[in-house]
Design a protein around this ligand. Structure first.
Ligand code: IMP
Length: 428
């Protein structure tokens, strides 16, 4: 048996959906443990493309139990649309289980996310405006409403009334925005509760039992290490913990239950939203990568900022998550470049810096120090083993391993499941 935590090792959008989907084939359980519908996974199965925001991609395989853990914030309207869209395409969703303890996103969370971003103006975070931050704020402030409360007729209306009174005050008096109507929110959410209640469970029991029975469990992280509330480029982060440690909290298991941690990184770097990005390329190479890699957000459609692979970020992700392996995606995108570069350290006010700094002011001033390697012209999308790759591409991967400090277990060379090079066993 083996439990694997799969996380993003950069700023999100590393292609985790494809690697998760690949791993899900052998998993008995697939668990989402943090974030919400700010995430977006594109999974290609045969000639069908699926875009998933909340439901673990294991749902695409018959018989897998898919779990939304207590660390996730759930927009029920979005979840129901996602369920219906899968069902319309013939996917069986009966194996979905939702934690009773997961918190619920309400329309006031979405609205507060938008008006707060508007108020910040130039200093905005560039959130997905899905209400994620405000929902986690309510959770921490101990006024959040959980799935178990949503489906409980005896408590839900009272909790919502109490919350909406406060939120409407905030919206109208502080943000000069319109108030929301209690009865329409109450009606809509009562109907969502009816649809979703059959999926609710104490998921910690299901996951712990599975580990005891020797089943394969995959914990699927959303976003990436540098968007982590504690360890990311604060305040340009999300409001949850995309790092590996959060799998325990967000699923309801202990650290002794985790066997392996794998970090997914693109063969280059991308970022959406605001915030410093040392290896960003504002030139033709950046545009080449953006177009070749289709670097436009799954959730918001925003163009992603693109840059070279950052080995300082790689080392940081290896340390913060205790990575056993890296999975490198989208190697095929770099074919055709004359030279490729890897950032090995930063230069800050004349001094070399090997480790990722905590201060954003310092990070903004960091200049990447690059190692330049020969590029490769060949199309690598048909490669199925390392030997199939041009030697320059192999050398590039070797340097990523050496600079980041973790071996590579998987290389993605295209969006299809089959376009994968496996170099180590992913389940322990
Ligand atoms: P929020 O999670 O919507 O609050 O957004 C906070 C920051 O995280 C913004 O910079 C978003 O662009 C970024 N973000 C949130 N989810 C994702 C994701 O799935 N991929 C990449 N960036 C994300």
């Amino acid at each position: 048996m083996s439990t694997v935590v799969l996380i993003g090792a950069q700023w999100g959008d590393e292609g985790k959906g494809k690697v998760t989907d690949f791993l899900a084939e052998k998993a008995d359980l697939v668990v989402r443990y943090q974030g919400g519908n700010n995430a977006g996974h594109t999974v290609v199965v045969g000639d069908r493309e699926f875009k998933l925001h909340l439901i673990p991609s294991g749902i695409l395989y018959p018989g897998k139990i898919c779990i939304i853990g207590s660390g996730v914030v759930i927009d029920p309207e979005v979840l129901i649309k996602e369920l219906e869209s899968l069902q319309r395409r013939g996917i069986n969703t009966e194996n979905l289980r939702i934690s009773q303890r997961a918190h619920v996103i309400f329309p006031y969370h979405r609205l507060l996310d938008q008006v707060e971003e508007g108020r910040k103006g130039e200093n905005k975070i560039g959130t997905t405006c899905r209400g994620i931050g405000p929902a986690y704020m309510d959770k921490s402030a101990r006024v959040g409403i959980r799935m178990v409360d949503l489906v409980d007729r005896e408590v839900f209306a009272g909790l919502l009334e109490r919350n909406m009174e406060g939120k409407n005050h905030l919206l109208t008096k502080v943000y000069d925005s319109d108030a929301l109507d209690l009865n329409s929110v109450l009606g809509a959410y009562a109907s969502y509760a009816e649809t979703l209640k059959k999926y609710l469970a104490d998921v910690s029991i299901i996951i712990n039992d599975a580990t005891k029975q020797g089943k394969n469990v995959l914990f699927e992280g959303a976003q990436g290490t540098l968007l982590d509330l504690d360890h990311g480029t604060y305040p340009y982060v999300t409001s949850s913990h995309p790092t590996a440690g959060a799998a325990c909290l967000g699923a309801g298991i202990g650290p002794t239950r985790i066997d392996r941690v794998i970090g997914v990184a693109k063969a280059y770097t991308t970022r959406v939203g605001e915030g410093p990005f040392p290896t960003e390329l504002n030139d033709d190479v950046g545009t080449f990568i953006q177009n070749r890699g289709g670097e436009f957000g799954t959730t918001t459609g925003r163009p992603r900022r693109c840059g070279w692979f950052d080995g300082v970020v790689g080392r940081y992700a290896v340390r913060i998550n205790g990575l056993d392996y890296l999975a490198i995606t989208k190697l095929d995108v770099l074919s055709g470049l004359e030279k490729v570069k890897i950032c090995t350290s930063y230069r800050y006010r004349g001094e070399l810096m090997e480790e990722f700094p905590a201060s954003l002011r310092v990070l903004k001033e960091c200049v990447p120090v690059y190692e330049e390697l020969p590029g490769w012209q060949e199309d690598v999308s048909g490669a199925r083993s390392l030997e199939d790759l041009p030697s320059a591409a192999r050398k590039y991967l070797e340097r990523i391993e050496e600079i980041s400090g973790a071996p590579i277990a998987l290389v993605g060379v295209g969006s299809r499941r089959s376009q994968t090079i496996l170099t180590a066993s992913l389940y322990a």
